[in-house]
Design a protein around this ligand. Structure first.
Ligand SMILES: [Ca+2]
Ligand SMILES: [Ca+2]
Ligand SMILES: [Ca+2]
Ligand SMILES: [Zn+2]
Length: 563
């Protein structure tokens, strides 16, 4: 790992030599960590200075191009995503996005580290690190990726670096990301990367009550006829859509998620006369298809990865009758949640799993829990996590994690309004609540009134604890509420500041602004402030400087206290 290219700190001297004095002061903070956030509002000089720095780091091999895409919404624009390396080893979360118009820079966002001094020869081999991970996860059989060497910036002391192995592993209930010290084998940091619909509910909160049965709404679904039966396999859309009925077999479900057992046609949801009666399968299948259509029509995106990767979901991972013999962890994940596991599935391309809910006579906090796939916004939310995984890959922790969740809620709400506008059978009623069709009454979150569920509607009220990866499912309502205000307008409860929204008839403007900012302008470590800057930039790119959508987005972030 030595001398594959110039050490990064060599670039500092280069920058000092060629950048104007004003730029070096700004671009070389004392801890060597440079945050780039320049766009249409920056001076030409500031834009050039950041661009020059990125060019220098690219020339000396510190920044390497990892993705290049033409803008699907703005002609003549293109987007680069660059990853920083230190002596050939990727620097975790150090990434830059650069937007250009016919080769000229328009915006740059991200973070680079200019003063890394770190030996990059590991004491431990990747196999040693894998053994440590096996011990930590307590599993011998699981799906995992080979540990990768990375330079990990300390999350609190931003000028401190460690050489670590990063290893992701699905343990059956958690998608753990471990960072193992490459010298000592010690666990440096870990987090659960399983993107769930909501925080796990401990079963201590379970209460027993009474409820009603499931609803039955008519909708069309794209399936495959095979040997006199019909399978939930959509081959009409450019991306294939599969819905598998796990028939309540949790061990099989977990082995499939781990990649240890295959899925066969026999596992697909099936029906003999093509009149489908299993609501969980029907809603998952149709919801995935509509989410595909929405991404395509609204954003010109070809599926989850923009290359029409297959979409795959599992329903009925458990039986409701087995509730009382299930562990708290199983209840929290496979009954009372939905999740997207980006590493899971027979091919490792990701799987959405929709929880079974509770028997109709059991209430929890006064709410009934139906089959989670029955909520179009939840289906779209989980698939939104896949889009994030394939683009910004927002780190699922703290503010970047809350943005990851907020993006999925924005997609969930967007798909509901899209479906409603088509007047299709079974599209339901669009709203700014999440999960209201299966967690009744009310749902679990509200972008219009976050406080309805005790979530913050202003930055000053954000959760600062460690639970739920730093409150990713509650702080997400701050950007989520900004999204709502930018569309509908209104006055923020806390700040008293008013927003002139673009109006519901123009909702696609705000949807496109957010989608574009989150997928091409933001990076793994983006925080709320970066999201504000990126969405404002996106508004200018799409609708022009000082356009109504730009003003709406700007006012919305200010109203929720994000500057
Ligand atoms: Ca039937
Ligand atoms: Ca609804
Ligand atoms: Ca909803
Ligand atoms: Zn989520």
């Amino acid at each position: 790992m030595h001398a594959l290219n110039r050490p990064v700190f060599g670039a500092v001297a280069l920058a000092l030599l060629t950048l104007p004095a004003s730029a070096t002061a700004q671009l070389q903070p004392p801890n060597g960590v440079v945050t780039l956030a320049v766009g249409t509002d920056a001076t030409i000089a500031a834009l050039r200075e950041s661009d020059t720095l990125v060019n220098q780091l690219t020339r000396d091999g510190s920044l390497r191009l990892t993705a290049q895409t033409d803008d699907p919404l703005v002609p003549d624009r293109s987007h680069e995503r660059l990853q920083q390396f230190h002596e050939g080893v990727p620097v975790y979360g150090a990434e830059v996005t650069r937007q250009t118009a016919r080769g000229l820079p328009v915006s740059l966002f991200g973070t680079v580290h200019l003063t890394i001094i770190l030996e990059t020869t590991p004491e431990l081999s990747a196999d040693d690190a894998a053994a440590v991970v096996r011990e930590l996860s307590g599993r011998t059989l699981f799906r995992s990726e080979p540990p990768q060497l990375v330079v990990l910036p300390d999350r609190t002391n931003t000028d401190t670096y460690r050489l670590v192995y990063e290893a992701r592993t699905f343990t059956g209930s958690q998608l753990m990301v471990y960072f193992i010290d490459a010298a000592t084998g010690a666990l440096v940091w870990s987090y659960n990367d399983l993107k769930t619909q909501q925080p796990d509910l401990p079963c201590a909160q379970c209460v027993i009550g009474e409820g009603l049965g499931i609803k039955s709404d008519r909708k069309k679904m794209s399936v495959t006829a095979v040997g006199g039966a019909f399978l939930a396999h959509d081959q009409l859309r450019p991306a294939e859509v599969f819905t598998f009925d796990m028939d309540g077999d949790l061990p099989h479900t977990q082995l499939v998620l781990n990649g240890l057992e295959q899925l066969f046609d026999a596992d697909l949801s099936t029906d003999t006369d093509n009149r489908w009666l299993d609501g969980a399968s029907v809603d998952a299948h149709v919801g995935m298809g509509w989410t595909y259509d929405y991404l395509s029509i609204r954003f010109g995106r070809q599926g989850l990865n923009n290359q029409n990767v297959r979409m795959l979901s599992l329903v009925h991972p458990v039986n409701r009758e087995d509730l009382f013999s299930a562990t708290a962890e199983e209840i929290g994940l496979f009954y009372l949640n939905a999740f997207y596991c980006g590493l899971c599935g027979p091919d490792g391309f990701g799987v959405a799993v929709f929880g079974e809910g509770l028997p109709p006579n059991i209430l929890l906090g006064g709410q009934r829990f139906n089959f989670f796939s029955g909520a179009l916004d939840i289906v779209a939310h989980e698939l939104g996590h896949a889009v994030t995984d394939f683009t910004s890959a927002l780190l699922y922790m703290d503010e970047s994690g809350a943005l990851n969740e907020a993006f999925s809620d924005v997609i969930g709400v967007g798909v509901e309004f899209y479906a409603e506008s088509l007047f299709r059978d079974g599209a339901g009623v669009a709203d700014y609540a999440l999960g209201e069709d299966v967690i009744e009454p009310g749902g679990i979150r509200s972008l219009s009134n976050p406080m309805q569920f005790g979530d913050p509607d202003h930055y000053s009220l954000r959760f600062l604890g460690k639970d739920d990866n730093g409150g990713v499912h509650t702080n997400s309502l701050i950007p989520g509420h900004a999204f709502y205000l930018a569309i509908e307008g209104g006055t923020n409860r806390v700040s008293g500041l008013s927003v002139a929204g673009v109006g519901g008839d123009n909702r696609e403007q705000i949807e496109q602004i957010f989608f574009r900012a989150f997928t091409v302008l933001m990076t793994r470590n983006s925080d709320f402030s970066a999201a504000r800057a990126a969405t404002i930039q996106s508004a200018r790119d799409l609708y022009g400087v000082n356009s109504a959508p730009e003003r709406a987005v700007t006012e919305a972030w200010t109203a929720v206290g994000v500057n």
